[in-house]
Design a protein around this ligand. Structure first.
Ligand code: HEC
Length: 93
């Protein structure tokens, strides 16, 4: 009796977890179908390794060099890093 209650408990927990997992998957699909903007990529990624320098800390030419370097350091795709660079250069003056 004790054992079968334990198995029921595990089954119920399993069902609850699978309901939760499927709702997460649905959310993810919605999120990933939208392309992130340059400012979202910047806010979401550049803080991972260091403090975020404000866009006006560097000139356009500096941002070109820095984002080019950060692409190699952090493995951004060319498309994503170009969006970040465009955002930084639009926000620094
Ligand atoms: C994987 C970790 C990582 C991520 C993600 C990352 N950086 Fe960096 N960043 C570094 C490291 C390490 C350094 C310092 C050493 C170096 O220059 O390689 C650095 C240095 C910098 C500097 C200073 C450059 C200088 O000349 O003093 C700036 C500005 C910068 N990062 C901007 C960014 C921006 C903007 C992003 C997002 C597109 C970003 N970083 C994402 C690791 C990262």
């Amino acid at each position: 009796m004790k054992n079968s209650l334990g198995i029921m408990g595990i089954l119920i927990i399993g069902i609850l977890i699978s309901i939760n997992l499927s709702s997460c998957t649905t959310n993810k699909k919605v999120a990933s179908s939208e392309e992130p903007t340059g400012s979202q990529l910047w806010a979401g990624n550049c803080l991972r390794c260091h403090n975020m320098p404000p866009p006006n800390a560097y000139s356009d030419a500096d941002w070109d060099a820095i984002t080019n370097h950060m692409q190699k350091v952090a493995g951004f795709t060319t498309k994503d890093i170009n969006k970040v660079a465009a955002f930084l250069k639009s926000a620094n003056h």
